[in-house]
Design a protein around this ligand. Sequence first.
Ligand code: CP
Ligand code: NVA
Length: 308
Amino acid sequence: MKKDVLTLWDLEPEEIMQLIERAMVFDKNNTSGVLYRPLEGKTLGIIFEKPSTRTRVSFEVAMIQLGGGVTFLSAKETQMIRNEPIADTARVLSRYLDGIVIRTYSQELLEELALNASIPVINGLTDTYHPCQILSDLQTILEKKGTLTGLKIAWVGDGNNVAHSWINAAAILGLHLVLATPEGYEPNQDILQKAIDHGKGTISLLSDPFEAVEDADVVYTDVWASMGQESEHEARKKIFQPYQVNGNLVTKAKEDVLIMHCLPAHREEEITNEVLEGPRSVVWDQAENKLHMHKAILERLMIEQSDE
Ligand code: CP
Ligand code: NVA
């Protein structure tokens, strides 16, 4: 049966750890120039309704380096823009492609696509989740810290799609996650409650960024206005100012803290240039690991599943 990655809940804890291990092997093999082309003859469709640099390019390069082909579809240049039902799109594309990565607004649209497609569907970001981002972030943390458990991970800023996927990861893997968000910008209550009810890990929501960051091993932030929220950007700048990840805030964390950001960053807004470019920042390794992790995901969904 085909397997999708629509949220991190689609993966068992062991599967997440296996993906991280494989991504680390891909990282090592990339450096030593090992050729591995298991996806020869397969084609990945990448359908994006929102802009992307990292996710699009890393999935494209991952697919090409694994021997496969890619076709990129800007959603507004497909019949989706003229309201062709997503179920019809899914059934037609399943006749041509071997897998789909989609970046779209609505998680429901993604789910409908996956339901009607006979090929694996991967969430490349929706308004609600960004699961693949967190998979490569976990790889980065494991590489740098040697473990995922026992670490305090502090999320500072908007309770957005990336935060939601962090909440899922904390619940599935049993991590210690503390979020600090301004009032009115908390993560979705249902997502948070489901994670807490799962009973693994500790997930707490605060409003004080200093308390969240205290003795943290990882400090993670993201833009204050996500794609689709551009009209709120100016208003949000004022509300989120106390949540800026700057030198003062970071001194409250552990000395060997990892500073993380999924990028793109708005310097001097959610993070200062000094911190982003500082010695504790791992954002470039984070971005690189998207390539290695996306290879692991494509291998898992496009080979192993089709052989079962
Ligand atoms: N982090 C991330 O998803 O970046 P892009 O928007 O450039 O894909
Ligand atoms: N929260 C951001 C993440 C970008 C990778 C957005 O959705 O725009």
